[in-house]
Design a protein around this ligand. Structure first.
Ligand SMILES: [Zn+2]
Length: 120
């Protein structure tokens, strides 16, 4: 970080606020969580004719792992925690973008104002 006296106080205050918000999160996970129901394929099963009788729900978590798309079926209790972790992850991404914006302001402030050209 540039010298504190060069950075506007408002920018430093916003950065401290973002840091405090990020520190409050517990679990973070990327990806998406889908809730699915399935048809088992047995012609005698109720699921074959009644959409309300489909099996499930099943919870499928999809995310990128080392550049590849990965899917796993998780339990309903895992899904509950994952849903929160995914929400946290997205919130932190928004905070990171904001942190970056504030950082750019701080870096530019550290360089000082650009010299004004005289018109005419
Ligand atoms: Zn069935």
């Amino acid at each position: 970080m540039p010298k504190a006296k060069q950075v506007p106080n408002s920018v430093l205050k916003r950065i401290r606020h973002i840091q405090a918000q990020i520190a409050r999160f517990d679990f973070v996970c990327s990806g998406t969580l889908l809730t699915r129901t399935k048809v088992c394929g047995k012609p005698s099963c109720r699921c074959a004719t009644d959409p309300e009788a489909r099996h499930g729900p099943y919870y499928e978590w999809s995310r990128r792992e080392e550049g590849r798309l990965a899917h796993s079926i998780v339990s309903s209790s895992e899904a509950r925690v994952l849903r929160r972790a995914i929400r946290n992850y997205r919130a932190i991404l928004r905070l990171l973008r904001n942190w970056q914006d504030q950082s750019i302001k701080a870096i530019r402030a550290g360089k000082g104002p650009a010299p004004k050209k005289k018109s005419g």
